[in-house]
Design a protein around this ligand. Structure first.
Ligand code: HEM
Length: 209
């Protein structure tokens, strides 16, 4: 068989994730380059990058429940690329705020951050995502041994902080209810007792067919 076809058969899911990450990025840059008129482009890009970041983060947390419910284990390999796209969009979100909005001015930034404490919560999430990104490098992963698994659990704290940040940005936090609700469902599905029940039900259904 053609080696490209063989490679695609093996890696199509990863390719799809990277395409899903790249397309909005290209659209953002294309949109900026074509100089479209918008009343507040900084706000728009902050919102777009932030929403992309949280979407990839929640998608990375969806892989384990999908594997538990369907038994399709290959989906687990997508956790890392999805998490890295969440980090990439968080970096862009951060740079839009620090560089574009506040021109890297430390005095303005200090005022901006303390006037909007939700930014501090966002920064907490960002730092944790950065730790997760760095520790996912292959060399470090092996060197860290068992500690690596514990560090990976920081993703739950990072997600909770990110959701808190997003709800705090809004005057009415429940306008963005879907984020805490989704996160709560994804975390519930990780509880070992619930996982066991799902696996048992799935096996029974497949045994019948
Ligand atoms: C690096 C630290 C962060 C900074 C400095 C930051 C800054 C901001 C600012 C200033 C806004 C308000 C935009 C506006 O209404 O004008 C915002 C909104 C938002 N941020 Fe962040 N953020 C950070 C981290 C994060 C992280 C880690 C996520 C998600 C993974 C995130 C997701 C969002 C989302 C989705 C919104 C829009 C909420 C809405 O729909 O109104 N942010 N952020």
């Amino acid at each position: 068989m053609n080696p490209t076809v063989t490679w695609m058969r093996k890696h199509w899911l990863r390719v799809a994730v990277h395409m899903g990450g790249l397309v909005p990025l290209v659209l953002i840059f294309w949109w900026l380059a074509t100089d479209r008129f918008v009343i507040d482009p900084v706000k728009l890009i902050t919102l777009r990058t932030g929403r992309l970041a949280i979407s990839f983060l929640l998608l990375s947390l969806t892989c384990t429940p999908v594997a538990v419910v369907t038994g399709f284990k290959r989906v687990l390999r997508l956790r890392q690329p999805l998490g890295l796209w969440a980090l990439a969009y968080t970096i862009l979100h951060f740079l839009t705020f620090v560089g574009w909005d506040y021109r890297f001015d430390p005095v303005l930034l200090r005022i901006g951050i303390f006037a909007q404490p939700f930014v501090l919560v966002g920064m907490g999430a960002f730092l944790l995502l950065l730790v997760l990104g760095v520790t996912s490098l292959p060399g470090l992963r092996q060197r860290m041994g068992r500690a690596w698994r514990w560090v990976q659990r920081l993703v739950y704290l990072a997600s909770a902080l990110a959701v808190w940040h997003i709800m705090w940005v809004r005057k009415d936090p429940w306008e963005v209810w879907r984020y805490p609700v989704l996160l709560a469902i994804l975390l519930l599905l990780r509880i070992p007792q619930i996982r066991r029940i799902i696996v048992r039900v799935r096996r029974r259904i497949f045994a019948r067919n």
